[in-house]
Write a protein of this length. Sequence first.
Length: 142
Amino acid sequence: MTDHDRRDLAADGGSASDAARREQDIDYLETEINLLKPRTPYMRDHLRIIWMGFALWALTTFGPVTATVVAPDVMTTQMPVIGFPFHYFAIAIGGPAAALILSAWYSRKRDHLDAKYGIDHDAPAQAPSSEGAVSADGGVDE
């Protein structure tokens, strides 16, 4: 089955459990990762979230600065409450607030994506086999 077939199956009637099963069968250490053309549905969905977040971040970070250049009369008007120009307020309060909101947004979107593909971060890690067991410091027990 080609990547195109998998994409069609996931988009057209493939269940979430089918998509989760396909994601679990992929060996990510052997799979080539291409950020411009991801191979798996999970990677495509995750990359879509990342690019959307990047666009929102760029808008909230550079938007007030650009607006000050484009429309200086509007952006440099004095705010009646604090007496500073609006662009100071937009950058000093809006920038950090937007970063917090984007962090919460990304976290929710990532949780929904993990649930869609059956990824459970609360599941305990499997214990290594007794042969070649990894010790607490990362070495191999002998």
